[in-house]
Write a protein that binds this ligand. Structure first.
Ligand SMILES: Nc1nc2c(ncn2[C@@H]2O[C@H](COP(=O)(O)OP(=O)(O)OP(=O)(O)O)[C@@H](O)[C@H]2O)c(=O)[nH]1
Ligand SMILES: [Mg+2]
Ligand SMILES: [Zn+2]
Length: 353
């Protein structure tokens, strides 16, 4: 079997390569990236890739650097090192807005055919996040398949209720249910995966992306959350992107949970996600400023001057609300009266849109 074909090399790519003068180069696919360190797979094996000086000089944006899923031209060096010269045209790019940086995009993966949008159906269920993830797929012209995970620990009526909410919101999108524990729904996912096609797994941290990939590969190729399984600290288990080839089947790309799309599970998460707002907040007149109505609020001044994005600000408010709810529910405060009071407070007015 041809390794490049197992890796997803197809007719379109072949036509392009034949039309170019690439006789001096080998072709490979980026299978792993971690802080601009690359692993390239070629016909001959796996190599540590370094980008050429020319590629580095000509790179203006993050998207000009190789990403997992990219086909590249390379030349071998000593040992297991190669130089990466050029990124071949990308069929698709999954990218998202880099948070807090205008117009900056972050590449998640490239040459992806289908995105599995993973969503925990239990405590971390979040329709807005699902919205945002599906929007990313559509913006990237990649077909989304929603996978609702952990159905083994959800109760039946809860499951039905959430399915109804989802069906109301998204039509024409495939929605699957999965338990990585009982393996209910697993065969249906296996049946979707076709030889030579590339599938990227996206979704919040803890959704079960790496667990599913391990199950599909049939061995523990990715680390999954174990130790602090029950603490839901919003910490990430996967911190790099990596591609795996299934024997006689498709190609899978695991990605780290997307923090800014997730529920702010702790103040710390909120703080690191919205670093700019927290920095600005140190100049607000009131130390407990909510950045909604207070005078001399540095955040709203920055907003007025277009120094921060309206959507970034809105997202911050939304996530702050989610975080507040999360804190309350964590403390077991389900008192409806208190909720009402909270919502009646004009300072929380904007939180409810
Ligand atoms: N009960 C149950 N637990 C699951 C299921 N899927 C995953 N888990 C558990 O959920 C935790 C998180 O799973 P991971 O696969 O590490 O999640 P991830 O999406 O890769 O998270 P990041 O790498 O942080 O983005 C692990 O402890 C898994 O064992 C499921 O279907 N049912
Ligand atoms: Mg993971
Ligand atoms: Zn403020």
């Amino acid at each position: 079997m041809n390794i490049l074909q197992d890796l997803g090399y197809d007719a379109q790519l072949d036509t392009f390569i034949q039309s170019q003068d690439l006789a001096d180069f080998e072709i490979g696919r980026i299978i792993r990236e971690s802080k601009k360190k690359y692993m390239v797979k070629t016909q001959g094996g796996n190599y540590h890739g370094q980008i050429s000086g020319k590629l580095r000089h000509e790179a203006k944006n993050r998207s000009d650097y190789p990403a997992v899923g990219d086909w590249v031209t390379i030349k071998p060096m000593e040992n297991d090192q190669v130089i990466i010269y050029e990124i071949l045209p990308r069929k698709t790019i999954i990218e998202r807005q880099a948070i807090g940086q205008f117009g900056k995009k972050q590449t998640i993966a490239t040459n992806v055919d289908v995105a599995f949008v993973m969503q925990d159906i239990t405590y971390d269920f979040n329709l807005n996040r699902l919205d945002r993830l599906i929007a990313i797929c559509f913006a990237s012209k990649i077909k989304p398949v929603v996978v609702l995970t952990k159905i083994d620990i959800a109760d039946k009526s809860e499951l039905a209720d959430k399915m109804a909410q989802i069906n109301k919101r998204f039509n024409e999108i495939a929605i699957l249910m999965l338990s990585n524990k009982s393996m209910e729904g697993f065969p249906a996912i296996q049946r979707i995966i076709e030889y030579g096609k590339t599938y990227c797994f996206i979704g919040a941290s803890g959704a079960g992306k790496s667990t599913l990939i391990n199950n599909l590969v049939g061995e523990k190729v990715m680390l999954t959350k174990t130790l602090r399984e029950k603490s839901h600290k919003g910490q990430h288990t996967t911190s790099h992107r990596e591609l795996f080839i299934l024997k006689n089947s498709g190609i899978l790309i695991d990605t780290p949970g997307m923090r800014e799309l997730g529920v702010a599970e702790s103040f710390k998460t909120l703080e690191s996600t919205f670093e700019i707002i927290f920095t600005l907040a140190t100049s607000c007149k009131y130390s407990d400023c909510t950045h909604l109505i207070e005078p001399e609020c540095a955040v709203r001044v920055a907003l007025g001057k277009n120094e921060i994005d309206q959507s970034y600000y809105d997202n911050f408010l939304k996530m702050k609300e989610e975080q507040a709810h999360f804190e309350l529910s964590k403390k077991g405060i389900k008192d409806k009266e208190m909720m009402k009071k909270l919502k009646a407070d004009p300072r929380n007015k904007k939180f409810r849109k």
